[in-house]
Write a protein of this length. Structure first.
Length: 84
């Protein structure tokens, strides 16, 4: 038997319906694509979609007072609540 004629998926026990087999194939396909993207460096850090500034946890880290530009003037109270 060659590799092309060998089945990729074989049901050993039970009697799954077409919907169950389709769900299993969809999950296996999604996992294979995610693994291939991670292996090829297609993650978020390698030019993919970047997380929003609100979701970026690095903004929670305090910076030194000397290196930080504090908002001044009109509207400073509003700017103080925005991510930097």
């Amino acid at each position: 038997m060659t590799a092309d004629s060998k089945p990729f998926l074989q049901i050993v026990r039970g009697d799954p319906g077409p919907e169950e087999i389709a769900a299993l194939v969809a999950v296996l396909t999604a996992r294979a694509r995610a693994a291939a993207a991670a292996r090829d460096g297609g993650g978020a850090g390698a030019g993919g979609a970047r997380p929003s500034r609100w979701a970026d946890r690095s903004r929670l880290v305090r910076s030194t007072f000397a290196g930080e530009q504090r908002p001044r003037g009109a509207g400073a109270w509003r700017a103080s609540g925005l991510p930097r």
